[in-house]
Design a protein around this ligand. Structure first.
Ligand code: FAD
Ligand code: A2P
Length: 375
């Protein structure tokens, strides 16, 4: 009897793992069904919690602990931190191919200014740039000492999408430097090389360089542009980004502020990209103003040549009202010689409002709202 009692007890104990296993299977089945119904399991839940979806929860986003996460760290990055610089150095330049090279002037204009486009495809890494940057050009041939020519800088006149919107070209606006010396006409090395290029020619390009002339990211910024001659190049890129319909479609950056271009040229026929800007103005009259100073056809109030600083003085009140708005940025590009004139005009305009320009200008610069590139 004692033997059979032991058998019964042992037999009963032997069923315990079977019963536990049975309940485990039922539980598992239930969880699996739930997973199928919700489409997620415990792992995906964890992943979801760690992804930006979390940042969308206002309560979580407000907690200081979140500031330490990598997502927040990238949000706190300096503006333009991702803008590429010096992808191609002068010692190892990219080789671009000219796709077009045509005159940017109209009949009767003074000098030679060309709009030149390069194909940038095939780079490893890609040659990428943004509006307001420049590039270096290494002219073919050698200097008087038998060394390769040093690179010359040129402001990029196209947006990051290029004139064909395909994101693989770069355009420049180049004036051929020519001057007289001892009765002889001297041609600038690099500008002459560029102006004489033909489609298919290969050109060594370095860069992109510069963060001085970048546009603010805010769509409701106000942009005042002061350009002389080829100083229009970066402004053309800005204006295409703001007002060219295909550009707007591409980048979904919908400019909502006020843009005001002051352009200085010697003659009407020298006004670069004038038809495009007039077109943008007619399409966006609330957002774009375009004021011209045509030095050899118009006179200032003193009877001298009309320069953009004279136009700045004429509109001083409105310009300073705009500058009082912290969303306003001022861009200056072109002849070095225009800087003192602009400074003087701004000082006069500022004092009429009881402001001291010598104090205000460094403040604007420090705030990243005064951008100047002259040469
Ligand atoms: P070079 O052969 O280098 O000759 C220039 C030299 O000639 C001068 O240094 C000076 O010594 C001498 N010289 C010039 N004029 C005279 C004169 N009247 N009398 C006596 N000597 C003289 N240019 C553009 O066309 N478009 C642009 O978009 C553009 N963007 C620029 C952006 C930046 C940031 C900078 C710094 C410059 C930019 N330039 C631009 C100017 C460009 O870099 C070159 O300086 C210009 O094309 C002349 O180069 P070059 O090789 O033809 O002349
Ligand atoms: P100007 O040459 O009649 O004296 P471009 O590069 O096509 O020649 O255009 C440059 C424009 O800038 C011209 O109208 C030129 O006038 C003008 N300009 C020349 N010097 C200054 C200056 N110091 N301040 C402002 N504009 C100037």
């Amino acid at each position: 009897m004692a033997y059979s009692e032991t058998k019964v007890v042992l037999g009963g104990l032997a069923h315990i793992p079977i019963i536990i296993g049975f309940f485990y299977l039922i539980r598992r089945q239930y969880s699996f069904g739930a997973m199928l119904r919700t489409g997620k399991n415990a792992l995906s839940e964890k992943v979801t919690k760690a992804t930006p979806a979390k940042a969308a929860t206002p309560a979580k986003a407000a907690t200081p602990a979140k500031a330490a996460t990598p997502a927040k760290a990238s949000a706190a990055k300096k503006p333009h931190a991702d803008v590429p610089v010096n992808t191609y150095k002068p010692k190892a330049p990219f080789t671009g191919t000219v796709t077009e090279n045509y005159s940017a002037l109209r009949d009767g204009a003074i000098g030679k200014v060309q709009h030149i486009t390069f194909d940038l495809s095939g780079g490893d890494p890609d040659f990428k740039y943004v509006e307001g940057q420049s590039c270096g050009i290494l002219a073919a041939g050698e200097d008087a000492k038998g060394k390769p020519h040093r690179p010359r800088l040129y402001s990029i006149a196209s947006t990051r999408y290029g004139d064909n919107f395909a994101g693989n070209t770069l355009s420049l606006c180049v004036r051929q430097l020519q001057y007289e010396k001892d009765g002889e006409t001297i041609n600038g090395v690099c500008s002459t090389y560029l102006c004489n290029l033909s489609p298919g020619d290969k050109v060594k390009i370095s860069g992109p360089v510069g963060k001085e002339m970048l546009l603010p990211e805010e769509e409701d910024s106000n942009i005042i542009m002061l350009a002389t001659g080829t100083g229009i190049a970066p402004m053309r890129a800005y204006l295409r980004r703001m007002f060219e319909p295909t550009e707007i479609e591409k980048h979904q950056w919908n400019f909502k502020g006020k843009a005001w271009l002051f352009m200085g040229a010697p003659k009407t026929a020298n006004l670069l990209y004038d038809a495009d800007f007039e077109h943008y103005k007619s399409k966006f009259p609330e957002n774009l103003r375009y004021t011209k100073a045509i030095s050899r056809e118009q006179n200032n109030t003193k009877g001298g040549r009309m320069y953009i600083q004279d136009r700045v003085l004429e509109h001083a009140e409105e310009i300073f009202n705009m500058i009082e708005n912290p969303k306003t940025h001022i861009y200056l590009c072109g002849l070095k010689g225009m800087e003192p004139g602009i400074d003087e005009a701004m000082a006069t305009a500022a004092s009429a409002k009881g402001l001291d320009w010598s104090e205000l200008r460094p403040k604007l610069r420090k705030a990243g709202r005064w951008h100047a590139e002259t040469y």
